[in-house]
Design a protein around this ligand. Structure first.
Ligand SMILES: Cc1ncc(COP(=O)(O)O)c(C=O)c1O
Length: 317
């Protein structure tokens, strides 16, 4: 990737950003200070990964169409008129990867927010939208990841009856943020949030699953979770591997009795949980099924075994 410079050298950025149908230099992709704040109340986004293929000759964007369809769904739920179709944004993602000369793992964030200066906190429906795609390099989770320590949060997950978690809206992340801060303050790595029925929902940026007696169990989509593509991917891959799965309401104490526990999401990939609420999960090391799923996921996203090519959008490099 061609990188520009920033005052903070750790904050690498790509040279180009896609904005409203054009590639614009990163430095010129600005908005007026009056345009931030209220506009973000209704902003929606996606997090997508392009992986360097195992053969080193292609970038493979994982489930691009599905991510962009979910962006359209989020915009609909937030009453935003997204001016581009998922197919148009799919082409824009590839244009951006080409323009930035990406040759390695790249995170892409397509997003949309009410355009111009919005003075009304209750951003009205149907306002004009800006659509942006930015990108930056990421490092994939190492195979020997030891996992993290999680704790159930005292903050409840937002609910479909108040601020629907089904929409991937920036404003939803304040909920996960408070939970993440609480977890860190109490010496854990990440929180797991319960929903308004006090059943397990998800992490602040990922879904969650447990293993009990060889079955992988994950909360249902009506548990106050994002309709995660990694969760859907994992359920399909586990079926391919012949591993039984259950999608249902999950009690907090099921987490405590789990043989294995893991987070799953685009950003975190398959992240083992080695401790929950101060209790060791299994033998405190990533479990066999978690490792098997993580390895399978890793192979699929890099096109290593030719499995599920329909999930991969190829860009020769
Ligand atoms: C709150 C939340 N739940 C779940 C997920 C996992 O979704 P996906 O697997 O589509 O990345 C994410 C990540 O985007 C998230 O932010």
């Amino acid at each position: 990737m061609t990188l520009g410079s920033l005052a903070d050298p750790a904050a690498e950025h790509a040279r180009w950003i896609w904005r409203n149908g054009e590639l614009v230099p990163w430095e010129r992709a600005t908005v007026h200070v009056n345009a931030v704040g209220h506009a973000s109340v209704a902003a929606v986004f996606e997090g997508v990964k392009a992986y360097l293929a195992e053969d080193g000759r292609r970038l493979l964007v994982f489930r691009l169409d599905d991510h962009l369809r979910r962006l359209a769904d989020s915009a609909r739920l937030c009453r935003l008129d997204l001016p581009y179709t998922p197919a148009e944004l799919g082409r824009a993602v590839l244009d951006l990867l080409r323009a930035n000369e990406c040759r390695d793992d790249t995170y892409l964030r397509p997003w949309a927010f009410p355009a111009g200066i919005i003075r009304e906190q209750l951003v009205p429906a149907g306002v004009a939208c800006e659509t942006v795609i930015d990108s930056w390099p990421f490092r994939a989770r190492p195979p020997a990841d030891e996992g993290c320590r999680a704790a159930v949060s005292s903050w409840l997950r937002i609910s479909d009856a108040s601020t629907p978690p089904r929409a991937k809206a920036f404003s939803n992340y304040h909920n996960g943020r408070l939970a993440a801060i609480e977890a860190r303050t109490n010496g854990h790595d990440w929180p797991i949030l319960l929903n308004d029925r006090h059943k397990v929902s998800e992490g602040p940026g990922s879904c969650v699953a447990l293993v009990r007696d060889g079955t992988v169990i994950t909360p249902s989509l009506t548990s106050g979770v994002l309709d995660s593509l990694t969760r859907a991917t994992a359920l399909d891959l586990l079926a391919d591997l012949g591993v039984p799965t259950e999608v249902r309401e999950v009690d907090r104490t099921e987490l405590h009795l789990a043989d294995e526990l893991f987070f799953l999401g685009t950003a975190w990939e398959i992240l083992p949980i080695r401790e929950i609420d101060g209790l060791r999960v299994g033998d405190g090391k990533p479990g066999a099924l978690t490792r098997r799923l993580a390895e399978t996921y890793r192979a699929v996203v890099r096109g290593a075994d030719g499995h599920r090519p329909e999930w991969l959008t190829e860009l020769p490099i």
